[in-house]
Design a protein around this ligand. Structure first.
Ligand code: AP5
Length: 212
C-alpha cells in the first residue's frame, strides 16, 4: 500500500450545524449488513437526511480529483480511508443539508473506528443513538456476492470482501462495544426480511426521536 499523503484539513464553519442541534444517528454494521437498505426506509418514514460515508467517498473518487485516485486504492484494498478525509466530507454534506432545512441525520457507515466517533462527537455534537446491524459473516458474503452481479462496485469481489470483513472485525467491532458500554447502542439482529428488520429499527427510533 503506497503511503497516504498528509491530509490537509479544510477550514469548515460548523456554526450553522451546531446551532441547528438536530438529532444524529450513527448506523454501523459489517459490509452488506443492510445499512443502506434500512436507511432508505428510515428516510421515508422519519424524513431524516441520509449520508453514507461510502457514497460520499465514491462521489469523491468519481470526481477524478487527485485525492479520489488515492481513495480508490484504499477502498479497493478494503481498508479505511484517513479519518480526516471522511469527517470533512461528512461535515460539508451536513452543512449543505442544514441549509436546506434538514431535521436530523443518519450517518451510515460511520464511525468505522472508535477514534472516528470520538472525533465526530467532539467536533460536531454527540450522536443520539448508534444502530448496529448484527449479521453473520456467511450471510454478509452471500449478500455481497449476489449484489456483485449488478452493483458495479470495485470492492464487491471475494478478495476485497474478505479484506472488508477483516477491517470490520478489527476496527469496527470495538465501536460496537464502545457505544454498548455507554448505553447508546441498539443492537439489531438483521438476518430476517427487510421489513422484519425495519420493524425492530422503528421500535428503537420511535423511542429515540420521542426522547429528543
Ligand atoms: P461502504 O460503502 O460503507 O460499504 P460497506 O460498509 O461495505 O457496506 P455496503 O454499502 O456494501 O453494504 P450495506 O451495509 O449498506 O448493505 P446494503 O443495504 O447495500 O464503504 C465502502 C468502503 O469505503 C469501505 O470499505 C472503506 O474503504 C471506505 N469507507 C466507508 N466509510 C468509511 C469511514 N467511515 N472511514 C473510513 N473509510 C470508509 O445491502 C447489501 C445487499 O444485501 C444488497 O444487495 C441488499 O439488497 C441486500 N439486503 C439488504 N438487506 C437484506 C435482507 N434483510 N435480506 C436479504 N438481502 C438484503
Amino acid at each position: 500500500m503506497p503511503p497516504v499523503p498528509v491530509v490537509e484539513r479544510k477550514n469548515i464553519d460548523l456554526g450553522p450545524l451546531k446551532a441547528a442541534n438536530v438529532p444524529i444517528f450513527f448506523i454501523v454494521g459489517g459490509p452488506g449488513s443492510g445499512k443502506g437498505t434500512q436507511c432508505e426506509k428510515i428516510v421515508a418514514k422519519y424524513g431524516l437526511t441520509h449520508l453514507s460515508s461510502g457514497d460520499l467517498l465514491r462521489a469523491e473518487v468519481k470526481s477524478g480529483s487527485p485525492r479520489g485516485t488515492q481513495l480508490t486504492k484504499i477502498m479497493e484494498a478494503g481498508e479505511l480511508v484517513p479519518l480526516e478525509v471522511v469527517l470533512d466530507l461528512i461535515k460539508e454534506a451536513m452543512l449543505e443539508a442544514i441549509k436546506k432545512g434538514s431535521k436530523g441525520f443518519l450517518i451510515d457507515g460511520y464511525p468505522r473506528e472508535v477514534k472516528q466517533g470520538e472525533q465526530f462527537e467532539a467536533e460536531i455534537q454527540p450522536s443520539k443513538l448508534v444502530v448496529y446491524f448484527d449479521v453473520s459473516e456467511e450471510t454478509l458474503v452471500k449478500r455481497l456476492l449476489h449484489r456483485a452481479k449488478t452493483s458495479g462496485r470495485a470492492d464487491d469481489n471475494m478478495e476485497t470482501i474478505k479484506k472488508r470483513l477483516h477491517t470490520f472485525n478489527n476496527a469496527t467491532a470495538p465501536v460496537v462495544l464502545h457505544y454498548e458500554k455507554k448505553g447508546k447502542l441498539a443492537r439489531i439482529k438483521a438476518e430476517g426480511s427487510v421489513d422484519e428488520i425495519f420493524a425492530v429499527v422503528t421500535s428503537h427510533l420511535d423511542k429515540a426521536v420521542a426522547g429528543k
